[in-house]
Design a protein around this ligand. Structure first.
Ligand code: 3PG
Length: 384
């Protein structure tokens, strides 16, 4: 895979695809977490230092499905980038039909939200050609979108020579499980088993122990013939769960925090095999937290993906917060992936204590599952 080192950017126009999909406050439209924008800065600075004629940055925010949505315009992103870079960033009113010669004095240009055009998500060749026409070189620094075959990520690689940016380089290096030092302990949470199966399977091969939490554990208990009350269960994946249960690396929590349907009453901890009918399992209990900590103490590498309980509502965020804090203090290689996991670590302020926090949700899941990322495959195949 070509990297920034393989190109001479001097006097060139560079088109950089970045992860600009940042969370915004629905009421004020303000950016609530600029983590992804900060990760774009080193690549932007690197390219600027190489004497480029112009740097054109493009990206998407949310999924406006081909329509212009005021709240999803890139103005706030442009303002934040200006702050982070200490340089002017000119934002265009659309991402296509830009007359660059009329913007000759602008060094950094930010294109409007790519997903205001349905062609972006359709991987449309004509749309990709229009974007490619702005530049001499393409840089993909949008790791979180690398699992999407979208025009600015995939089709575009046919029309411009290109390489990956510094963030994508880092992500690919840090999420390569074959290079991680053993013993590896994977701690995997989240609600839907369906989306996590390939990753759990991969970890059962590559890691030394796999600790499961989050609502997906109820599918495993159910597969074992246990009562799970009204807890979430992916009935279509019971057979997958049964097969994985035979693997002795798999560790399930010993106790569960339950509550009644209102989530306000009946909050108590019960053993995993004593969940009463009618209740919901919402977090793992104290005994499981201790069980997980003792497994984590033996690790040289820890991989964490997914919340351990229903974090959106207190007190069901307790195990996640406690394990995040504990992992922060562990002296080992600590890798965290997945949008929710990264958000939680940032919100709790433990980000500095992790070796690497992936900027990707779906993309990091696919990479950790051992799958290739379509956008990077296209760049490699078409890279000139
Ligand atoms: C993400 O937030 O994971 C990326 O921006 C990709 O977004 P998407 O899931 O809407 O394609």
């Amino acid at each position: 895979m070509k990297t920034l080192k393989d190109f001479n950017f001097n006097d060139k126009r560079v088109l950089m695809r970045a992860d600009l999909d940042v969370p915004i406050d629905e009421k004020t439209g303000e950016i609530t977490d600029d983590f992804r924008l900060r990760l774009a800065v080193p690549t932007i600075k690197h390219i600027l230092k190489k004497g480029v004629k112009q740097l054109i940055i493009m990206g998407h925010m949310d999924s406006p499905e081909g329509k212009v949505v005021d709240n999803l315009k890139m103005d706030k992103v442009a303002a934040k980038l200006m702050l982070l870079l200490g340089k002017n960033v000119y934002k265009t009113s659309d991402c296509v039909d830009i007359n660059l010669s009329s913007l000759a004095t602008e060094k950094i240009i930010l294109l409007e939200n790519l997903r205001f055009h349905a062609e972006e998500e359709k991987n449309d060749d004509e749309f990709a050609k229009k974007l490619a026409s702005y530049a001499d070189v393409y840089v993909n620094n949008a790791f979180a979108t690398c699992h999407r075959a979208h025009a600015s990520m995939h089709a575009i690689t046919k029309y411009l020579p290109g390489c990956i940016g510094l963030q994508v380089e880092k992500e690919v290096e840090n999420l390569d499980i074959s290079k991680m030092q053993k013993p590896i302990v994977a701690i995997l949470g989240g609600a839907k088993l369906k989306t996590k199966i390939p990753m759990i399977q991969k970890m059962l091969v590559q890691a030394d122990s796999v600790l499961l939490a989050g609502a997906m554990i109820f599918t495993f208990y159910s597969a074992n013939g246990l009562e799970i009350g009204n807890s979430l269960c992916d009935n279509d994946y019971i057979t997958n769960a049964k097969m994985m249960l035979n693997n002795e690396k798999l560790i399930l929590p010993k106790d569960i925090v339950i509550a009644n349907a209102s989530l306000e009453t009946g909050i108590m901890t019960v053993p995993y095999d004593k969940i009463p009918k009618g209740v919901l399992g919402l977090d793992i209990g104290e005994q499981s937290i201790e069980q997980f900590k003792s497994e984590l103490r033996g690790a040289v590498t820890v991989i964490w993906n997914g919340p351990l309980g229903y974090c959106e509502k207190k007190p069901f965020d307790k195990a996640t917060a406690e394990i995040a804090r504990f992992m922060g203090e562990l002296k080992c290689h600590k890798i965290a992936g997945g949008g929710d996991t990264a958000d939680i670590i940032h919100k709790l302020g433990y980000d500095k204590n992790f070796t690497f926090i992936s900027s990707g949700g779906g993309a990091s899941l696919e990479l950790l599952s051992g799958k290739g990322l379509v956008a990077l495959q296209a760049l490699e195949e078409n890279g000139k």
